[in-house]
Ligand binder design. Structure first.
Ligand code: FES
Length: 160
């Protein structure tokens, strides 16, 4: 893994401790998780204790210490989404991706997670994919989102 970008990210925030959260977000955006080597580099450059950095990294749910897929799929199974068919969508996603919630596909393309509410219950069932909400979902719509991502990947010549 090339960690040259980590130094550039730290430079962007002028090695300031107040920029730690932003630095971690940028590292996660770049690598899709927070690699240990990157965190060591952050600790060294910000002159912080590595344990404190791990403390921040594990406090926020948006950070991950294990590799995540390039595409993040979060399905809501809160009450409003559950009664409108959330579990059927989950079954379809598990079938399409061949993984359980909390897992990442072997090709590191997709991560699947479930949550109890995404705060947009009125448009449930809801999926949050790569930073975008998809409302009034059903299994077919969910499958089409995966197919569209895979199609774009092939179009852009990205190997899976
Ligand atoms: S219960 Fe699904 S968005 Fe609130």
């Amino acid at each position: 893994m090339d960690f040259e970008q980590v130094g550039k990210i730290i430079d962007k925030y002028q090695e300031k401790r107040t920029g730690l959260i932003s630095i971690l977000h940028d590292i996660q955006d770049r690598y899709h998780f927070l690699p240990e080597e990157a965190l060591r580099k952050v600790a060294s450059r910000l002159k912080m204790d590595l344990n404190d950095i791990y403390g921040v990294a594990t406090f926020y749910k948006s950070f991950s210490l294990i590799p995540k897929g390039k595409h993040s799929i979060t399905l809501c199974l809160g009450t409003a989404c559950h009664v409108r068919g959330g579990p059927k969508i989950l079954r379809e996603m598990k079938k399409q991706l061949n993984i359980e919630p909390g897992q990442t596909t072997a090709d590191k393309q997709f991560s699947l997670n479930v949550v109890n509410c995404l705060g947009v219950c009125a448009i449930g069932p809801v999926m949050f994919v790569d930073g975008k909400f998809y409302g009034e979902m059903n299994p077919l719509k969910a499958r089409r989102i995966i197919e569209k991502i895979n199609k774009n990947k092939r179009k852009n010549g990205v190997k899976s």
